[in-house]
Design a protein around this ligand. Structure first.
Ligand SMILES: Cc1cn([C@H]2C[C@H](O)[C@@H](COP(=O)(O)OP(=O)(O)OP(=O)(O)O)O2)c(=O)[nH]c1=O
Length: 202
């Protein structure tokens, strides 16, 4: 049995490209970075905490399967070593997109897979580069009004209208959207879940 520890509809859609059946169990955690925490450490810690929180939630269930694999992920936009999470207001979004305008930033996405006991646990972090064209303040305000930036790290979505800002990327498109599919398939295989086999079964 596979459990996706996420409230993100993007992650659910991406995971369904690799496996037929899984359960979604969103985990609420404190997403505040520690002081001076390097971005890579932060995203790896977030995915691990989401996975552990889902395990705890799952253990409160009455009917538990014997073999369960939990998968969690975290995406952060990083510019000049600063972590940009989700914008809390238009002002916050303006600050983020002005900072990303006309330059290249990193998108870090982590993955954590664990079994119920935590004995088998693996984490990876995928780093991607995204180059933006220059964005005007008028465009930032127009983009905010579409409602798209609100729940997205760095205040944009490459899979949506945010694509109008993206000149080029280097890395993994699915990782930028929220779940690195190549790495996910590799780690799932370590837990005995083989995507090609799973998806080809009737
Ligand atoms: C950069 C970027 C981020 N995002 C999204 C992916 C993530 O859903 C979100 C970053 O926030 P996260 O905290 O990684 O994830 P989440 O809160 O949406 O979901 P959960 O923690 O329950 O798994 O930003 C896009 O959809 N497109 C993009 O281009």
């Amino acid at each position: 049995m596979l459990v996706l520890a996420s409230a993100s509809p993007r992650r659910k859609e991406l995971l369904s490209q690799l496996v037929k059946a899984f359960t979604v169990l969103p985990a609420d955690i404190d997403e505040t970075p520690l002081q001076q925490e390097p971005p890579k450490d932060y995203v790896i810690r977030m995915a691990a905490e989401k996975a552990r929180a889902a395990v705890m939630k799952y253990q409160q269930n009455d009917d538990q399967a014997s073999s369960v694999v939990f998968i969690a992920s975290d995406t952060s936009v990083v510019v000049d070593g600063h972590i940009l999470g989700k914008p809390s207001s238009l002002e916050d979004s303006r600050g983020m997109l002005r900072r990303l305008s006309g330059r290249t930033h990193q998108v870090l996405t982590s993955l954590c897979l664990t079994d119920l006991s935590g004995e088998q646990q693996v984490s990876v972090c995928v780093t991607n580069e995204v180059s933006f064209r220059a964005i005007s303040d008028v465009e930032i305000d127009q983009y905010w009004r579409t409602g798209e930036p609100q729940d997205k790290a760095g205040s944009y979505a490459i899979q949506g209208l945010g694509s109008v800002f993206v000149r080029s990327i280097s890395g993994s498109y699915s990782a930028i959207v929220g779940l690195p599919l190549f790495e996910t398939a590799q780690l799932l295989a370590q837990f005995g879940i083989h995507s090609l086999e799973d998806m080809s079964h009737e």
